[in-house]
Write a protein that binds this ligand. Structure first.
Ligand code: NAP
Length: 737
């Protein structure tokens, strides 16, 4: 059926009906907006205020000539109005409502019509105020607010579409939900908070000293109780119309308050902090969802491009954000430790915050992060609790891999989920060896997330030989090994990053750890400690290469992790003649740390020794830029065996460097770059932060400016990049699409 909407009739000209009528009229949605209200004074006011074009005196007559009827009367009045108008409605007239509860409206329609009409599409605008009546009508009320449509099984698609368009025409965002779900969700998010506000104000107002209470009430009281000024009759109606769902929410809330009461009466600080920190994290997360970002504040979902201006020297000193790999592990092992772990220098990136949230979801009390400081109340090896739902890990593959090993050994079931990008990564590499240990993990087809991990499964140690080095797979197996019978051994062709091993040892777990092989047994205990996370060497890498290639540079990078499994780039650059010194070298929590001083010195091309490549695989894009600035031809061979997908990454850099006029070639598993001059150009980082960083560094030696598209990935991985880079001497401007 095709609907053409010339006349809209709004029945009930109060706050919602009046606002909708006014918005439709002012936006010229249709030819005529007619209003009807049982209160003639409201109708007159509606006309006088320009809310409607015409006031209807006879409801049935008005319905008979309407193309679309909107019921905006109190929910308790809906049955009577429906009964009154049902025989006056023409077959092609659309019918919708704005009631705050939906189950009762659909029941009433069913009773009145017998069979629900295809033209009937119930709805609920999530907008309003404490005011009522047509005088409060606001044509902007629905702008940027949600409207939930709850089409019945009988509602036609076309009818639903037309009603959705009407709401969109007044600036609303339209969602769909089924009726029962709507009433359940609204009971939790709207009805319960209103009832709490009514009850709190009523309780306090009944106290003898109430004048004082209200006189001295702080902002919190004012914010929390604003909605207690809402229309009592409307809320009475809502309570009766949605009583089952509301009672279920009240019971849940009462149990929550009882838990808090118990924590206070027994002075249980940990329980109190648990409730408050979880609530704060959820509220912060919720605010970010509302502003369309996820765990962290950066807006990496928006496209970001850089313009890196040519030729600059790097000087002064830079303190980098905390190491990402160590930040993840500090949260995990701190949660499993006995006692309180204090972390400094925690990297507050989207990925590490996803790990932190996962442990909060499993009942660990975690304070912070606040300027890199985090306090974890460890629950011990067997203290994690079943999370209330799936653990959402955003785009963090590291969180998913490491957690899969740890969770395979827990007593409870879990489900690990990620965003669209993580959901396209196969987890086979980690799931397969875990299954050999007895883990029960189901994946989607092709080993893709979500991972459904069955708990309560005894694991047994197995000797694993990884075909390609992988710190994440190794760590997952070691974490599972903490709980497995026998010995879990992992060996790799060349040693991968060993942060898990170092931190386990730092927290008191004995390991048999030698080059390329590590063995772990159950039966130990982790002891809480202070973890001072050093700066991330992978992030330092762009400053190291930058200062090494930019004439006139002398840069100090303070307190950087120099774990030998990560310093391949520095070793390679030194072979090329770079002037890089470690100062104030020390050990912190098992990790070697130093200040790194880099001075410009001309570089010489080399054949990169194969043994160093595995320790520099993430930094190869930067190394290629260094090679483009060196004298002679640099060869990097054997990259095919290093890591899956590395060739694609290197190809992107080869393409970019070629655009800048560098002679760069990619063969099967090898790259060859001839040093010389570089021009400017327009490049694309292709959504990879390592490539974006490499192109930005190239600008230091380029003869022209470099425009780099698709840098949002770098914003997400290293939110402070542009600020720190500019402080050191880069000249980079950011532009959002
Ligand atoms: P309102 O300002 O009190 O307006 C309701 C109007 O309907 C009043 O003028 C009322 O007249 C009239 N009315 C009552 N029974 C009627 C009948 N049988 N026939 C014709 N008119 C009748 O209320 P509202 O806030 O706009 O709420 C209207 C609907 O919107 C309710 O279903 C509510 O659940 C829903 N809603 C409200 C909000 C909100 O924040 N206010 C938000 C979303 C949805 P009298 O004054 O004479 O009773």
């Amino acid at each position: 059926m095709k609907f053409s909407i010339n006349n809209v009739l709004v029945v009930g000209l109060g706050l919602i009906g009046g606002s909708l009528a006014k918005a439709l009229k002012h936006r010229r949605y249709c030819q005529r907006v007619v209003g009807y209200d049982r209160n003639p004074a409201e109708l007159e006011a509606g006309l006088a205020l320009g809310v409607i074009d015409e006031a209807a005196r006879d409801l049935r007559q008005a319905v008979a000539s309407a193309d679309l009827v909107v019921l905006a009367v109190p929910v308790k009045a809906t049955d009577a109005v429906l009964a009154d108008i049902c025989t006056a409605l023409r077959p092609q007239t659309l019918l919708t409502d704005v009631g705050s509860t939906k189950g009762n409206v659909v029941e009433a329609a069913q009773a009145v019509f017998g069979t629900l009409p295809a033209t009937f599409v119930p709805g609920h605008p999530i907008a309003g105020s404490e005011k009522s009546g047509v005088a409060a009508a606001d044509e902007h009320l629905f702008e940027r607010h949600k409207v939930i449509l709850t089409p019945t099984p009988a509602s036609s698609r076309q009818a639903t579409l037309v009603i959705a368009r009407m709401w969109q025409a007044v600036g609303a965002q339209v969602l769909q939900m089924d009726v029962a779900r709507h009433d359940e969700v609204l009971a939790a998010t709207s009805h319960l908070p209103h009832l709490l506000a009514f009850s709190l104000v009523d309780t306090l107002a009944a106290e003898a000293a109430n004048t004082d209470i209200f006189r001295y009430a702080a902002g919190g009281f004012r914010d929390f109780t604003r909605i207690a000024a809402s229309d009592p009759t409307m809320w009475h109606d809502i309570c009766l119309s949605n009583s089952d769902a509301i009672l279920a929410q009240l019971d849940r809330f009462s149990a929550g308050v009882e838990k808090l009461r118990h924590a206070i009466s027994t002075a249980d600080s940990q329980a109190m902090l648990g409730i408050f920190t979880r609530a704060k994290a959820s509220r912060d997360h919720f605010s970010r969802i509302l502003s369309s970002s996820a765990y962290s504040q950066n807006q990496h979902s928006q496209p970001v491009n850089y313009l890196a201006y040519q030729g600059a020297a790097l000087t002064g000193s830079v303190r980098l954000p905390g190491d990402k790999s160590i930040s993840h592990r500090a949260i995990m092992l701190g949660s499993l430790a006995e006692g309180i772990t204090r972390i400094e220098g925690f990297l507050e990136s989207e990925d590490s915050l996803a790990t932190l949230q996962a442990f909060r979801d499993m009942g660990v009390v975690i304070e912070g992060p606040h300027q890199g400081a985090v306090k974890i109340y460890g629950v011990g090896l067997h203290g994690l609790q079943s999370p209330p739902g799936p653990l959402y890990l955003g785009r963090s593959a590291m969180s998913m891999r490491l957690l899969s090993g740890l969770l395979a050994a827990q007593a409870f079931d879990t489900c690990l989920m990620g965003d669209v990008s993580l959901s396209s990564w196969s987890m086979e590499q980690v799931v397969r060896p875990l299954r050999q240990m007895g883990a029960r993990i189901e994946t989607a087809e092709g080993g893709l997330p979500p991972l459904r991990i069955r708990g309560g499964n005894p694991l047994h140690g197995v000797g694993h030989r990884l075909p390609v080095p992988s710190a994440q797979v190794k760590s997952a197996l070691l974490l599972a090994g903490l709980y497995a019978s026998g010995t879990t051994t992992v060996s790799e062709p060349t040693p991968s990053r060993d942060h898990t091993e170092r931190m386990l040892q730092g927290l008191g777990w004995a390991l048999d750890h030698s080059d390329g092989r590590v063995a772990v047994q159950a039966g130990g205990q982790l002891q809480a400690a202070r973890i001072d996370i050093p700066g991330d060497i992978s992030l330092a890498a762009c400053f190291i290469v930058g200062a090494a290639i930019a004439p006139g540079s002398e840069l100090l990078l303070e307190y950087v992790g120099i774990n030998p499994t990560r310093t391949g780039l520095i070793d390679i650059l030194r072979l090329m003649g770079a002037d890089i010194e470690f100062e104030n070298a020390t050990q912190v929590g098992g990790e070697p740390v130093a200040d790194i001083r880099v001075r410009y010195r001309p570089l010489q091309a080399i054949e990169v020794p194969n043994a160093l490549l595995a320790r520099a695989s993430d930094e190869l894009p930067l190394l290629m830029v260094a090679a483009a600035c060196a004298e002679g031809t640099t060869w990097i061979r054997g990259v095919g065996e290093l890591r899956h997908g590395l060739d694609t990454l290197l190809q992107a850099v080869v393409t970019g460097l070629s655009e800048l006029g560098v002679e760069a070639l990619m063969g099967p598993g090898s790259v060859c770059i001839r040093g010389g001059s570089m021009g400017g150009g327009a490049l694309n980082a292709g959504g990879d932060y390592r490539v974006a960083m490499a192109f930005a560094v190239a600008s230091l030696r380029a003869d022209g400016d470099i425009y780099i598209a698709e840098c949002a990935c770098l914003e997400a991985a290293f939110p402070e990049f542009v600020a720190l880079a500019c402080r050191a001497g880069f000249r980079i401007g950011k532009e959002r699409d």
